[in-house]
Ligand binder design. Structure first.
Ligand code: NDP
Ligand code: 8X3
Length: 246
């Protein structure tokens, strides 16, 4: 029987690439996102193997009702999220901070809480988070985005503690520079500024992350990969920065 993966944020980037990969491997995919037309296009392309659920991850009632009604979810890919702005904390737009907290933290919590009881009842499942290197290393202008991804990492590890003794795996993927719609969203539609982020680099691709999800899911059942930190070769954790002449 085909297995089922629920992917939040399947309309673009990592989530879309993962949806395509799992569908190509004979899995059933349930995909969420706000852009219903993109979900409908996937449904047209793949038929009943792809189930679209249009919703905003910030809508607690909708997530709880629609995702809580699903049964037999083998894998939850908690992917929906993003960054808004790159201003220093003393200049940031509070609405942007709210959106990042509501999506990256609260939306992810709602989805996890909706799906986890079914996994516990079946004593089977795998929850995979999209954290970020931003949860491990701070950078100027990262402020709340970095904070949300640090939350995702610690929540992921804490779930492992709660689930000890159950046959449910939890993994956190922590990518660095990756080209998707991420920077277009961060810079609020400024395509030229977004393109500049990747200019002269060979970034991680959405397909690279989809392949990582596939690898995690297909690891031997008795092992749990807690965290996977991935950077393109052109990037490194550079350590603390010193400001001279202060
Ligand atoms: P994209 O912008 O390409 O895709 C983001 C996805 O999240 C879209 O499908 C979008 O769907 C969905 N989404 C965003 N907000 C909401 C919301 N409120 N409700 C429902 N769905 C939502 O970004 P990526 O694929 O790059 O990012 C995916 C995840 O990976 C994010 O959590 C991001 O923080 C993380 N990440 C990204 C990195 C990068 O450099 N690209 C590196 C490390 C981590 P829609 O707009 O249709 O609602
Ligand atoms: C996305 C990677 O370094 O731009 O999470 O925050 S970074």
């Amino acid at each position: 029987m085909s297995k089922t993966i629920l992917i939040t944020g399947a309309t673009a980037g990592f989530g879309l690439a993962a949806a395509r990969l799992f569908l190509s491997q004979g899995w059933n995919v349930i995909g969420t996102g706000r852009r219903a037309e993109r979900l409908d296009a996937l449904h047209q392309e793949f038929g009943d193997a792809f189930t679209p659920i249009a919703l905003d991850m910030r809508d607690r009632d909708a997530v709880t009702e629609k995702l809580g009604a699903l049964s037999d979810i083998d894998v939850l890919l908690n992917n929906a999220g993003g960054a808004l702005g790159l201003e220093p904390a003393y200049e940031c737009d509070l609405d942007d901070w709210d959106t990042m907290v509501d999506t990256n933290i609260k939306g992810l919590l709602y989805a996890t809480r909706a799906v986890l009881p079914g996994m516990v009842a079946r004593n089977s499942g795998h929850i995979i988070m999209l954290g970020s290197i931003a949860g491990n290393y701070p950078y100027a202008g990262g402020n709340v985005y970095c904070g949300t991804k640090a939350f995702v990492k610690q929540f992921s590890l804490s779930l492992r503690a709660d689930l000890l003794g159950k046959n449910i795996r939890v993994s956190n993927i922590e990518p660095g520079l990756a080209e998707s719609e991420f920077s277009v969203v961060r810079f609020k539609g400024d395509e030229a500024r977004a393109a500049g982020v990747y200019e002269g680099t060979q970034p991680i691709t959405p397909e690279d992350i989809a392949n990582t999800v596939w690898w995690l899911v297909n690891c031997p059942a008795h092992i749990n990969i807690n965290r996977v930190e991935i950077m393109p070769v052109c990037q490194s954790p550079s350590g603390a920065i010193v400001k001279k002449g202060m």
